[in-house]
Write a protein that binds this ligand. Structure first.
Ligand code: ADP
Ligand code: ZN
Length: 209
């Protein structure tokens, strides 16, 4: 099954991608994590992406399309995958179509903007493995420490001003994808809940529908 998770930054796409990954045993592919990894490793692509990312803007289409194309050709994607954070623009969705990739379902996780700003301020990520936590909603077992032992930090782009810019970019460039996939009859909407477990239940139900 080839799936796409849509939703505003901080809507919980990453968390739901992990839930589906465990359930269907297909890999979660996050362009955000891949770009952050490239940045950490100082690759050319990482360096190109850095300023866009830190300002809350989208990395140019040709850059992300290139990394996704390479990633989806790997062996573990043969039986399906969950795209988290891609596509984020209409040209990116068209690029997927042009690669001959058939998407089975698109799950859109809806969370109001005010909630997003509140949530993002509490988000923490693991420096080592990229896992995501929240000070209120998804606490690590040990404060400030990931289950892998890595240190939890706040992403630069999770600071409030950058979050506002990311939301603006989301509404302008990513939200039109809802209509794009609705037209293809592939869109399911999940309303993000206060409790992560409730959102996960709704996501798994949407998969079955
Ligand atoms: P979130 O979903 O919380 O915004 P991500 O980790 O998915 O965070 O993305 C972080 C940043 O990485 C984005 O703000 C953007 O700069 C860049 N990025 C990730 N995926 C894409 C994409 N498909 N197209 C363009 N930029 C992307
Ligand atoms: Zn970790």
């Amino acid at each position: 099954m080839n799936l796409i998770l849509l939703g505003a930054p901080g809507a919980g796409k990453g968390t739901q991608a992990e839930v589906i990954c465990e359930h269907l045993h297909i890999p979660a592919v996050s362009t955000g994590n891949m770009i952050r990894e490239a940045l950490k490793n100082g690759t050319e692509m990482g360096l190109r992406a850095k300023s866009f990312m830190e300002e809350g803007k989208l990395v140019p289409d040709e850059v992300v399309i290139g990394i996704i194309k390479e990633r989806l050709q790997q062996d573990d994607c043969k039986n399906g995958f969950i795209l988290d954070g891609f596509p984020r623009t209409i040209p990116q969705a068209e690029a997927l179509d042009n690669m001959g990739i058939v998407i089975d379902k698109v799950i859109d996780i809806e969370v109001p903007d005010e909630k997003i700003v509140e949530r993002m301020s509490g988000r923490r990520v693991c420096e080592a493995c990229g896992a995501s936590y929240h000070l209120l909603y998804k606490k690590p077992e040990k404060e400030g420490v990931c289950k892998c032992g890595g240190t939890l930090v706040q992403r630069k782009d999770d600071h409030p001003d950058t979050v506002k810019e990311r939301l603006k970019v989301y509404h302008e460039q990513t939200e039109p994808l809802k209509a794009y996939y609705e037209k293809q009859g592939k869109l399911s909407i999940v309303t993000g809940q206060e409790d992560v477990a409730d959102t996960s239940r709704l996501t798994l139900e949407a998969l079955k529908a």
